[in-house]
Design a protein around this ligand. Structure first.
Ligand code: ACO
Length: 382
């Protein structure tokens, strides 16, 4: 039921809900989160089921259509994504010419914004497919350019996960690497009214276009309290590594808490228990760090989890174990949030469709706490 608070007199009811915590502003069929039990459902399917069975492309179709595709529909989606992977030449030129030490998320934001100029129609479905197909190409191209390597063009075959790793490394990935990347994409695809999705819907609600909404969402995801946390987690682990023989994850965690600093990758506005996505990433982190000789990363991560639970009763979120997973498969830490974007684009675009289908301008209020009766003082007298 919708509550009518439209004409609420803010002076009489000076209630501020800082951070909009607990406010329900939309209905959605895209995902359900139970923060107490640690359950997550995308359009009817539990995240555990999807993690075990789904490809990222099936998740895209599911989020866009609220049902799974049949084989023909899935093949069609694969074909469309493959045909859209190439970037317009000016976007490649921008990637080649921007600063090599620019933040990858900033480059991605600018490049996605540029993509809008090269769309021939105003069809939102086509735009969603184009932007989903092109984000991995942008990320891989920038990473190659900044490392002094040739840009690798996408192949006309393979999944999103396969092509991304191919364009990033210049060689076709093995099945295990593709499977890991696919699982990461499935796990990050959609998550209710998080800050970036809310940004996307807010921009959509002004009747602006999909590229503007996605560009804004990338800006929101970039921050360390949201998607930027996975890079921050890796930097934290690398800081610890620098301490060599003296590296002690328990002491490190306690010292951070004593200094009132946040442990990145922990805590969540909605989950008050273990993030169900972190369950899968934790397992992957263990397997991969053993395979690649980075056992210490997994062991330190577990020590931090235990200490955070004991000291603050706070559990890890999706960003915590994803850091050691990406590190183990050889991805540079500052690309982690870009990979998050590569996946979350599916959720953002799905919410764009949902918002547009039943739109109303998003416009909350602010309680004014400033002065009201000041007299004007001429500039020379101030
Ligand atoms: N480390 C230490 N203490 C924490 C952490 C943390 N990571 N997270 C929350 N707390 C503490 C706060 O200090 C606060 O304690 P207090 O009541 O004693 O002051 C209490 O828990 C509540 O924290 P808030 O920041 O008020 O909770 P909020 O719901 O506003 O924030 C957030 C949630 C931003 C995710 C927070 O937990 C955080 O900053 N975590 C670290 C960054 C991070 O990992 N972000 C990724 C989130 S998942 C995602 O967006 C994909």
């Amino acid at each position: 039921a919708e509550q009518n608070l439209e004409n609420i007199d803010l002076e009489q009811y000076p209630h501020i809900n800082k951070g909009l915590a607990g406010i329900v502003a939309f209905s959605t069929t895209k995902s359900f989160i139970d923060g107490q039990t640690g359950d997550l459902i995308y359009a009817g399917y539990h995240i555990d089921t999807l993690a075990e069975n789904a490809t990222f492309e099936e998740v895209c179709f599911l989020l866009w259509n609220d049902r799974l595709p049949n084989q023909e529909e899935l093949d069609e989606l694969h074909n469309k994504l493959r045909s859209e992977r190439q970037l317009p030449e000016p976007v490649i030129e921008y990637i080649k010419n921007t600063r090599k030490d620019a933040e990858p998320m900033a480059v991605l934001r600018t490049a996605v914004s540029m993509l809008a100029d090269f769309q021939d129609d105003s069809n939102d479905t086509n735009h969603a497919i184009a932007v989903t197909a092109q984000i991995p190409t942008i990320i891989a191209a920038f990473d190659r350019v900044r490392n002094g390597k040739e840009v690798v063009s996408p192949l006309d075959e393979g999944s999103t996960a396969f092509n991304f790793l191919y364009m990033l490394n210049g060689e076709k990935p093995g099945q295990a690497a593709e499977k890991t990347m696919n699982l990461c994409l499935v796990l990050h695809a959609e998550h209710g009214m998080n800050a970036s999705t809310f940004t996307c819907r807010t921009i959509c609600a002004t009747e602006s276009d999909m590229f503007s909404a996605v560009t804004g969402a990338i800006g929101a995801l970039k921050g360390p309290l949201h998607g930027g946390a996975n890079t921050a987690v890796m930097n934290m682990l690398l800081n610890l590594k620098e301490q060599g023989e003296n590296a002690d994850p328990v002491k490190f965690t306690k010292e951070k808490l004593n200094k009132k600093e946040k442990m990145m990758g922990f805590g969540h506005r909605v989950y008050k228990t273990f993030d169900p996505r972190a369950v899968h990433l934790r397992k992957m982190s263990k397997e991969l760090s053993e395979e690649t000789g980075h056992e210490y990363l997994y062991e330190w991560s577990e020590a931090m989890v235990k200490t955070m639970k004991e000291e603050k009763n706070i559990d890890p979120n999706v960003d915590f174990f994803s850091a050691s997973v990406y590190y183990s498969i050889g991805i540079q830490p500052d690309l982690y949030t870009c990979i998050f974007t590569m996946s979350r684009i599916s959720g953002w675009t799905a919410h764009f469709f949902e918002q547009k289908a039943n739109n109303r301008l998003i416009r909350p209020r602010a309680l004014y706490v400033g002065e009201k009766n000041l007299d004007w003082v001429p500039v020379e007298d101030r």
